[in-house]
Design a protein around this ligand. Structure first.
Ligand SMILES: O=C(O)CCC(=O)C(=O)O
Length: 263
């Protein structure tokens, strides 16, 4: 048996068809319980008292970069992109029970509204670190909506706000909202134009989700003032931190307490 942690897995023709038709794909049991726990614990070690969303930790944490370029993800994204992709951005939504961000819903939006890359090039991967359901703030998607161009959207501040976030789009009527109940360790692969959002977490359970965005080399995109998307080529040695102008820099001391350290 080939080790999928080293080489990833091939995308089946059925998966390819599904992605092309629906604009998203899920794969179960990609990351183990232990890996999910370690990713979540590392992010939690950087969290502020409100467990506000965190961005671009991969600039600082080699171990997070290891998740970004894990062959179990890249083997799928490279195939769907037909190119050896680069990372542009990471973020982490804790939706942690008992915090002011727990009930933050995400409006129906298209991820590509922000970077405005060429249609089909911008792909987001979500890693579910606990089981998700409607009560604890799962994602929903409008299957097939990726065929649309960037839709008219109501600009809404997206980062570190307690209210509903995400640039809310006008969704053509024939698309149907579909709940996506990801299991812990699953990955969710999303075409940049697919309309999606998420429900508030009204449960007493956490709903941590790590999100990574990818683009093929040479594709233009908007960096964004808050997101600070930056193209980083993958699968090569590098020195950390990659950039030193991030506003979370003062928390770097916590790296030494993180469970992922040394892996
Ligand atoms: O974490 C969530 O609840 C939704 C995140 C999302 O839709 C996004 O980042 O585009």
């Amino acid at each position: 048996m080939p080790d999928t942690r080293k080489h990833g897995t091939v995308v089946s023709i059925d998966e390819l068809r599904f992605y092309r038709e629906k604009g998203f794909l899920t794969r179960e049991q990609v990351f183990s319980k232990g890996e999910c726990h370690a990713i979540n614990a590392l992010y939690e070690s950087y969290a502020d008292e409100n467990f506000s969303p965190l961005m671009n930790l991969h600039w600082y944490e080699e171990w997070i970069m290891g998740v970004v370029e894990d062959p179990r993800i890249l083997s799928v994204v490279d195939t769907l992109s037909d190119a050896p992709v680069e990372v542009t951005h990471t973020h982490f939504n804790f939706k942690k029970a008992g915090t002011s961000f727990q009930e933050q819903p995400w409006n129906p939006h298209q991820d590509n509204t922000y970077p405005r890359a060429r249609w089909g090039q911008y792909i987001t991967v979500g890693i579910a670190l606990t089981d998700q359901d409607k009560e604890n703030g799962a994602l929903y998607v409008y299957p097939g909506s990726h065929v649309e161009p960037l839709l008219e959207a109501e600009p809404t501040p997206t980062f570190r706000e307690r209210a509903a976030v995400g640039n809310k789009v006008q969704i053509p009527e024939h698309y149907e909202e579909t709940l996506v109940c990801l299991k812990r360790g699953s990955i969710f692969i999303l075409h940049g134009n697919t309309v999606h959002g998420s429900y508030p977490n009204i449960s007493d359970r956490d709903r941590p989700l790590m999100l990574i965005t990818y683009l093929p080399p040479g594709v233009d995109f908007v960096e964004g003032k808050n997101a600070q998307r930056r193209r980083i080529a993958l699968r090569r040695p590098r020195v950390f931190p990659l950039f030193d102008d991030h506003n979370e820099k003062d928390r770097l001391g916590k790296i030494f307490r993180s469970p992922g350290r040394g892996r």
